[in-house]
Design a protein around this ligand. Structure first.
Ligand SMILES: Cc1ncc(COP(=O)(O)O)c(C=O)c1O
Length: 288
């Protein structure tokens, strides 16, 4: 069998084969989870919702008192070069920023050189079975921290929630706090009522402000659809006609089963189908 070609990745100024890219054992991302990440979808070799991801990256880094070593234009140029060098047509570009490396100490030096790592991943995003069959979500207690608006690399609660959801035969976890759904373990959560209202939690510290969410809601608004940005209860979710989730690596997919019971008639619904068409068309039109 021919050897798998090493991906070209970007690390701190250099484009390198993946097996030649090395990080310090003292990197604060590794020791403290002191870092931020972004995942941007790639379709037809182009970046999807790029400006939204760069804006959120700048915000997250700002919220932890960090500084990006490059401008977002320079970062987008790196992403495009990685997509080209790796001949990526469909998948994601992963970006990780950390505060940098120094001997372990909770207190950090202000002059640290940040770490910036980017790599591509091949992934089928568009023609996935979930679009037709829907996903099964398990409701689970939200055990995360109080600043979920920051796209932190500290993802242990999500890793554990997804592990437990998968072990129980589900595809994704929906997190519940005080009887209210916050969001998916790695996605934004929506329900659609029997009278066609789209409900998703408003942005705040309880959830990550999804880039796909921003794009979908803007398109829905342009169509005059009714959107309620507010917390919704487990009971509302279970009584919904439809449910769906969004994320950069799923775009928008329906949820047809919640905690073992069908959502609505257990099939992807008309609102989901409409939003999916709107989103995919817009994603392609605005891709760079
Ligand atoms: C907790 C959480 N919420 C929402 C999302 C969706 O965000 P986006 O649409 O920007 O991918 C993600 C994506 O990873 C996530 O991890």
């Amino acid at each position: 069998m021919p050897a798998k070609t090493a991906r070209i990745v970007y690390l701190n100024g250099a484009f390198l084969p993946e097996n030649e890219a090395h990080l310090s054992i003292f990197d604060r991302g590794f020791l403290f989870g002191d870092g931020i990440y972004e995942v941007t979808a790639v379709l037809d070799g182009k970046l999807i919702d790029s400006a939204l991801h760069m804006a959120r990256l700048e915000r997250s880094v700002g919220e932890i008192g960090g500084r990006l070593p490059l401008t977002t234009d320079e970062i987008v140029a790196i992403e495009k070069r990685l997509v080209a060098d790796n001949k990526l047509t469909e998948g994601v570009v992963y970006l990780q920023y950390t505060r940098g490396a120094e001997d372990r100490n909770f207190f950090y030096s202000d002059d640290l050189q940040p770490t910036l790592l980017l790599f591509t991943q091949v992934k089928t995003l568009e023609h996935v079975a979930a679009v037709d069959t829907g996903l099964k979500v398990k409701l689970m207690p939200d055990q995360r921290w109080a600043r979920r608006d920051i796209k932190s690399v500290g993802l242990l609660p999500q890793v554990l929630a997804k592990r437990d959801a998968k072990a129980a035969g589900f595809d994704e976890a929906w997190m519940v706090e005080d009887g209210l759904i916050t969001e998916g373990a790695s996605s934004t959560a929506y329900i659609v009522t029997h009278d066609d209202r789209i409900i998703t939690r408003g942005n705040g510290n309880a959830t990550l402000p999804g880039c796909t969410r921003l794009a979908v809601l803007e398109l829905a608004r342009e169509q005059g659809l009714t959107i309620e940005e507010r917390p919704f209860t487990v009971e509302e979710a279970k009584a919904a006609r439809e449910a769906c989730l969004t994320s950069a690596s799923n775009f928008i997919v329906p949820i047809t089963n919640m905690d073992g019971a069908p959502v609505g008639d257990g099939k992807p619904g008309p609102m989901f189908n409409r939003l999916r068409v709107l989103y995919m068309e817009n994603a392609r039109r605005t891709a760079i």
